[in-house]
Write a protein that binds this ligand. Structure first.
Ligand SMILES: Cc1cc2nc3c(=O)[nH]c(=O)nc-3n(C[C@H](O)[C@H](O)[C@H](O)COP(=O)(O)OP(=O)(O)OC[C@H]3O[C@@H](n4cnc5c(N)ncnc54)[C@H](O)[C@@H]3O)c2cc1C
Length: 418
């Protein structure tokens, strides 16, 4: 088979990374995005009410996210990430008014466990061994079944990490999936746990440089191009029906379908895919942050879970937040601000704020949903799936999305070689 054009549908991180990988192989690529902005669940925009650009939600990446780092390097955006130079995670317990920083050693040997000031306050080195139980977890086990939910370390470390990584309550979240992430993080030593954040914004790091690079490679990018159906012929997709146009595929063309799971399921009847999701609520407060020297802090025992310090903004993330999605923004703004104000010792009422509720932020990382994640290849010979919800072995994250895009692109290249 010769090298036909590759049609990538969906310009989230999965579609973008697939398009970059395909363009790197020298193939012709067209990237279609249904909305007027690329980036999907990972994007920035100007908020007129706050008078500044904001991200739809804070996104934390880690030093072990090698696919993200390779993607950024490919498009010349490696220098757009920032963060603390060390693998350090500051925490504040709102219930007890105590603060500590988990400060891991740089290398693979966890010397930090033997230094009291580098551990979770009041924890012992032996407490941490419990995490090994995640590595041998049976497929159906939940996090709270493998780690003791009544322990101090669970409240102060395991649960905050599990909720942030899996966006699912530990009583339901897959222990094996958390174990897979821990293996990548801690297996790589402190360097694998260094937090990485966009220097300016999500789009400025993860989206715009890729679009510009793709354009320079001659790729065609079509925004506002929503795929509504596809025609199949003899086991292959033959026509892509967009709202505005039909695209008839040549014999050797291929498709990477990089849309969210519910959209893929509606386009491909019979596709088995995750169908249960969890919300993330973000609160952005307009604050002069010049005097704060931290880039983020994890909160225990409040409504707010993580606060990120950005130029002119304190930005809060609350994961597995389905309990909050029906609460009006006017109630959430003062509720969340209470935690933020205590953390940073501030008085007074909440400053101007924006609440963003992403109702389907990620699929629920439960064992039942894990079993529904499809492989890249489909029954349609020239159509390949990408997306954080495909069977990447990782939770719904940027790293998972990027890996899925690379996997789909490589599968296309392998097919076009045969
Ligand atoms: C608030 C929030 C916070 C998060 N925090 C983190 C974090 O800290 N760290 C982390 O690693 N991950 C985080 N994530 C998860 C991360 O954002 C996602 O895993 C990742 O962005 C998913 O990328 P994707 O390409 O798989 O899907 P999407 O981003 O959903 O991309 C799919 C694209 O397809 C487009 N599309 C849909 N239908 C059609 C159609 N019919 N035709 C054409 N195009 C279509 C969509 O508009 C979208 O652009 C967070 C997510 C949210 C929402």
């Amino acid at each position: 088979m010769t090298q036909g054009r590759v049609h990538v549908v969906g310009a989230g991180l999965a579609g973008l990374s697939a398009a970059v990988e395909i363009a790197q192989s020298g193939r012709a690529v067209t990237l279609y995005e249904g909305s007027t902005q690329a980036g999907g669940r990972c994007r920035s925009y100007f908020d007129a009410q706050l008078g500044c650009r904001i991200d739809n939600g804070n996104h934390l990446m880690l030093g072990c996210n090698h696919a993200i780092l390779a993607y950024l390097s490919a498009v010349g955006a490696s220098d757009t990430l920032t963060g603390p130079a060390k693998p350090a995670f500051p925490f504040y317990d709102l219930g007890t008014d105590e603060r500590w920083t988990v400060a891991m050693s740089a290398g693979r040997v966890p010397w930090w466990l033997f230094q009291k000031r580098h551990r979770v306050l009041a924890s012992k080195p032996s407490d941490y061994l419990e995490a090994l139980r995640l590595l041998r977890a049976p497929a159906g086990a939940a996090v709270a079944e493998r780690l003791n939910p009544d322990s101090l370390l669970f409240r102060r470390l395991w649960a905050p990490l599990a909720i942030a990584i899996l966006n699912t309550e530990p009583e339901a979240a897959s222990a094996g999936l958390l174990g897979a992430v821990f293996a990548e993080m801690f297996g790589a030593g402190g360097a694998g746990c260094v937090p990485l954040l966009p220097r300016e914004g999500l789009s400025e790091s993860l989206v715009d440089p890729a679009l510009k690079w793709l354009e320079r490679q001659g790729a065609t990018i079509k925004l506002g191009a929503r795929l509504r159906a596809l025609t199949k012929d003899k086991g292959r997709a033959s026509i892509l029906h967009f709202v505005e146009e039909d695209v008839v595929l040549a014999e050797d063309d291929a498709i990477v379908l990089a849309v969210p799971a519910p959209v893929a399921a509606s386009l491909l009847p019979g596709l088995v895919a995750p169908d249960d999701f969890r919300a993330i609520v973000n609160a952005h407060y307009r604050v002069d942050t010049g005097r704060f020297d931290q880039s983020f802090v994890g909160l225990i025992g409040g409504t707010a879970e993580w606060v990120f310090v950005k130029p002119g903004l304190l930005s809060v993330t609350i994961s597995a937040a389905d309990r909050l999605v029906d609460t009006p923004a006017e109630e959430l703004i003062p509720l969340i601000w209470r935690d933020v104000a205590r953390t940073f010792s501030m008085d007074g009422e909440a400053p101007p704020a924006r609440i963003i509720k992403e109702k389907r932020a990620t699929f629920a990382a439960t064992p039942a949903q894990m079993a529904l994640r499809p492989a890249t290849r489909t029954e349609v010979g020239n159509l390949f799936l990408a997306g954080d919800w495909t069977d990447t072995g990782l939770p719904s994250t940027i790293e998972g999305a990027v890996r899925s895009g690379v996997t789909a692109a490589r599968a296309v290249c392998a097919m076009q070689h045969t």
